[in-house]
Design a binder for this molecule. Structure first.
Ligand code: FES
Ligand code: FES
Length: 189
């Protein structure tokens, strides 16, 4: 019902594991990914979803599962620099990929500007949707730039559901975070 067009743009469909992820005698496949800058390799069931790999294999539980219908966006991570719903991706199908999760955003003990904006603008209540919101928000900035109007933010966030808030503070946080990212980039230049 929700967000089909953008989801298909964003998220690779779950697909058969590629030949590169060779099957072992016990039916597992060896998968190597770079997760938050660290190379990791694991033998997994070929049916393992990327979100399971992240949460259960890597124990990075900031990435959440909020539905079983690919609608909620709580599971959004960055795969090779683009936001994907990690519940729609087989880990073995992205062997060799680079994954960034919410745990990989803060640097040197300092929150990412988008995390900081969610904190400042109180863009959350229970926080369950927040990691996915933030990963999607950064992707929006990467695709649409740092000067985001409200309509653009609301449209682009259609693949992320919050069950607590009225979205008002989330939208304000994304716009502020985008502006903060602009300042950070300028400061870094
Ligand atoms: S858990 Fe992936 S979209 Fe809901
Ligand atoms: S803050 Fe609770 S689901 Fe969004």
């Amino acid at each position: 019902m929700f967000f089909r067009k953008k989801d298909s743009d964003r998220a690779p469909e779950a697909a058969a594991p590629p030949a590169a992820a060779a099957k072992a005698g016990d039916g597992t496949v060896s998968v190597s990914l770079t997760v938050n800058g660290t190379p990791v390799t694991a033998s997994i069931d070929p049916r393992t979803l990327l979100v399971q790999f992240i949460r259960e294999n890597q124990r990075l539980t900031g990435t959440h599962v909020g539905c079983d219908t690919s609608q909620c966006g709580a599971c959004v991570v960055h795969l090779d620099g683009r936001a994907v719903k990690s519940c729609t991706v087989l880990a073995a199908s992205v062997d060799g990929g680079k994954v960034t999760t919410i745990e990989g955003l803060a640097k040197d003990g300092k929150l990412h500007p988008m995390q900081e904006a969610f904190r400042e603008h109180h863009g959350l209540q229970c926080g369950y949707c927040t990691p996915g919101m933030i990963m999607s928000a950064i992707d929006i900035v990467n695709r649409k730039g740092t000067n985001l109007d409200e309509a653009t933010v609301r449209h682009e966030l259609e693949g992320n559901i919050c069950r607590c808030t009225g979205y008002h503070n989330i939208v304000a946080a994304v716009r502020a975070g985008a502006a903060n990212m602009s300042s950070s980039r300028q400061a870094a230049e």
